[in-house]
Ligand binder design. Structure first.
Ligand code: ADE
Length: 422
């Protein structure tokens, strides 16, 4: 398939800078690199066309290189209008020959025109982070469905969207939930989001977290990571939850657990990671202290009700990159990080490469699995095969130089027998 337009990026002259940063990330991605080297020898995805909608970062660039090495044709657009690293997009186009359609700060229409552009390769696989490709295929590009063997989904929010499509009978091709692999969500969601969210807050504000009250809304894997790292920086952490089990877990981890309405009165920094809409809304914003800082680390920019925030403000101004000050009608000032979009990608560089190593190793191995299968999966959201998950864990341990014990024969027998008790 020939694309109508070869690429649409901000500035091809940024390529040398991007290339250096991609190489640096590659040094932290030994698992993906090994897969790439094998892919180059074996070409297991030859002839596949992968349309990818992912954050355009150095780590994603190394995934694209891996898929190409395996023989696939790839095209890439952004999964968030603010997360594109323009130098990386440039290097992918100039050095790797990857058609990239992504410009940092693109508006909604451009974002979707880019989603359509990658779909023009007539994919055999879609690779999503948030399910915008799948939803566009199902709503506006249904002629592509018969040619698509399967898709993969990178993030919790996307998996939730896709499960609801499957449950309502609307899903027309199978999906592999990369997010749900152990070697993805236990590490990327927790350690990746934890570190990169704090990184984004600090880059945008340069505030000291020690001694401040940080409110974390949502205690899934990502929320746990953010709470853990905020506490590690010396903040007093309050967790807000709607799920009783998660709330209980947060309480026993030693966090104060409060409803958002109560936390609103005492928090200095608020981070939403709930995966839901209007988690922080007008009534909460009205109760906040002068100087409160609001940020979101959930996939979509719906968690802080921006209409409510704007509605209660009389003016706003950009005070630093990724930091907007709202002058409220009652005289307080409230600060918003990265337009309420993923603060770790809007104000920092996303998760560090060594954790994306595992997430993207899962993506690459799933692509291989999809290409090597007869393509007759049920129309459902499937788990990543356990064998892939374990392989990624083994490769990562080996790359980290960590050896572990093996069960002895006596131990194996013990585990497989029910006869030995008290
Ligand atoms: N999601 C979170 N961090 C990321 C990164 N560095 N690259 C791609 N996707 C991401």
């Amino acid at each position: 398939m020939t694309l109508r337009v070869r690429f649409d990026i901000a500035d091809t002259s940024l390529a040398p800078e991007g290339k250096l940063r991609i190489e640096w990330a590659d040094r932290q991605m030994p698992v993906l690199r090994q897969i790439r080297e094998r892919f180059a020898r074996e070409r297991p995805i030859e002839g596949q066309r992968v349309a990818a909608c992912l954050h355009v970062t150095t780590e994603t660039a190394n995934l694209m290189r891996t898929l190409k090495a395996g023989g696939a044709e790839v095209a890439l657009c952004a999964s968030n209008p603010l997360s594109t690293q323009d130098d990386v997009a440039a290097s992918l186009v100039e050095d790797e020959g990857v058609p990239v359609f992504a410009i940092c700060g693109e508006d909604r229409d451009t974002y979707y025109s880019h989603v359509h552009a990658v779909l023009d390769i007539e994919p055999t696989t879609t690779m999503d982070d948030g399910a915008d490709l799948v939803s566009t295929v199902h709503s506006e590009r249904t002629e592509l469905i018969d040619g698509i063997r399967a898709g993969t989904e990178e993030t919790t929010t996307g998996v939730i969207r896709l499960r609801s499509m499957a449950e309502s009978g609307d899903l027309r091709y199978p999906i592999f939930a990369v997010n749900d692999a152990m070697t993805k969500h236990l590490f990327d969601n927790r350690f990746g989001t934890g570190q990169s969210t704090i990184d984004g807050i600090i880059r945008a504000t340069n505030i000291l977290l020690a001694g401040r009250t940080v409110v974390v809304c949502g205690f899934g894997m990502c929320g746990r990571g953010v709470a853990m790292r905020a506490r590690g920086m010396g903040a007093r952490v309050i967790v807000c939850e709607v799920d009783e089990l998660r709330a209980l877990e947060a309480a026993m981890e030693g966090y104060q657990v409060l409803p958002v309405a109560e936390a609103a009165e005492v928090g200095d920094v608020f981070i939403t990671v709930a995966g839901n809409t209007s988690v922080i809304r007008g009534e909460h914003i009205a109760a906040m202290k002068d100087g409160a800082i609001l940020g979101n680390s959930g996939h979509f920019d719906v968690e802080i009700d921006l209409d409510d925030l704007r509605g209660a403000a009389q003016s706003s101004r950009q005070v630093r990159p990724s930091l907007e000050e709202f002058q409220m009608k009652d005289g307080r000032r409230i600060y918003l990080l990265g337009e309420g979009r993923l603060v770790n990608l809007a104000a920092a560089e996303g998760h560090p490469a060594s954790v994306m190593d595992m997430s993207f190793a899962n993506q690459a191995l799933c692509s291989e699995f999809i290409a090597g299968s007869p393509g007759n999966f049920d129309l459902a959201v499937h788990a990543v095969p356990q064998e892939i998950d374990r392989r990624v864990a083994k490769l990562k341990l080996a790359a980290m130089g960590i050896e572990i014990d093996e069960l002895t024969e006596k131990q194996k027998q013990y585990l497989s027998s029910w006869r030995q008790g008290t």
